[in-house]
Write a protein that binds this ligand. Structure first.
Ligand code: ADP
Ligand code: MG
Length: 261
């Protein structure tokens, strides 16, 4: 059974998609079978795997509207055995359409029933909002990874995000514990980097929430998507590739020691 992990932060540009694509690729390098579900209408995770998002016929939108099963929407990326459920701009209309459905919070969760068996990890690349799509991601997820960009406003909006996780747990009876906080675009040598790290530590009250691995600012991570490849395939020597490989190792060893993998 896969662990379904939502990569979540309503802030745009904090590294959600970069993490979904590159952590998935790094785990695949270590022999894990991984699916990435693109739940963002921008379809950046889809493009990041070299898939032409406007040419795919079955997307996460067709899954949510019941036109396709999730299994039928799975695409083999031909990269490291990674699978992806693609997304494109069609999904932007889904919030309004779904809101008319009974039980609209649980549509993704129900659609994902049965796919879990074939994978070790399923990552959901969550859109930058706290709307209906994001709530669907939280209901479907077993846990969340929250990327936080090391910048002055890093924790702005965090209370709303944690409240959303809490409400899904209490009202929809679907807990998604925090698997880890991931510091992205991080530079420990700068004062700002250290300040943000300390603020995050203070905010969450314990370092165990924060991944030991941090992701540095690395231009190769930003370039790889335009080549339709995860960074590890584009340039395996880059600091970005090393960071995501380390993160994958940290997750595998932690999951192993918890005895649930
Ligand atoms: P989100 O999905 O949260 O909106 P992205 O992963 O798309 O964020 O990242 C936003 C932009 O920053 C993208 O252009 C991406 O290539 C770039 N980026 C993300 N992480 C890094 C990093 N560690 N180093 C350099 N550029 C990065
Ligand atoms: Mg994104």
């Amino acid at each position: 059974m896969a662990e379904i992990i939502a990569i979540l932060n309503q802030k745009g540009g904090c590294g959600k998609t970069t993490t979904a694509v590159n952590l998935a690729a790094a785990l695949a390098i270590y022999g894990k079978k991984v699916l990435v579900v693109d739940m963002d209408p921008q379809g950046n995770a889809t493009t990041g795997f070299g898939i032409e998002k406007n040419e795919v016929t079955r997307t996460i939108y067709s899954v949510l509207t019941g036109e396709s099963t999730l299994q039928d929407a799975v695409l083999d990326t031909e990269i490291l055995g990674l699978d992806v459920i693609p997304s494109n701009i069609a999904l932007s209309g889904a919030e309004i359409e779904l809101s008319k459905e009974v039980g609209y919070h649980t549509i993704l969760d129900l659609a994902m029933e049965g796919v879990s068996e074939g994978y070790d990890y399923i990552f959901i690349d969550v859109p930058p909002s706290l709307g209906i799509l994001t709530i669907n991601c939280l209901v479907a997820a077993d846990s969340v990874i929250i990327p936080i960009q090391a910048e002055f406003y890093a924790l702005e909006g965090m209370a709303d995000l944690l409240e959303a996780i809490q409400l899904v747990e209490t009202r929809l009876k679907s807990p998604s514990p925090i698997k880890g906080i991931l510091l992205t675009l991080y530079d420990s040598r700068t004062r700002l980097g250290r300040d943000v790290y300390n603020n995050v530590k203070e905010y969450f009250g314990a370092t165990e929430y924060i991944f030991k691995t941090t992701i540095p600012r690395n231009v190769t991570l930003a370039e790889a998507p335009s080549h339709g490849k995860p960074c590890i395939i584009y340039d395996d020597e880059s600091s970005g590739s090393h960071a995501y490989l380390n993160l994958a190792k940290e997750i595998i060893s932690r999951d192993g020691s918890e005895g649930n993998k």
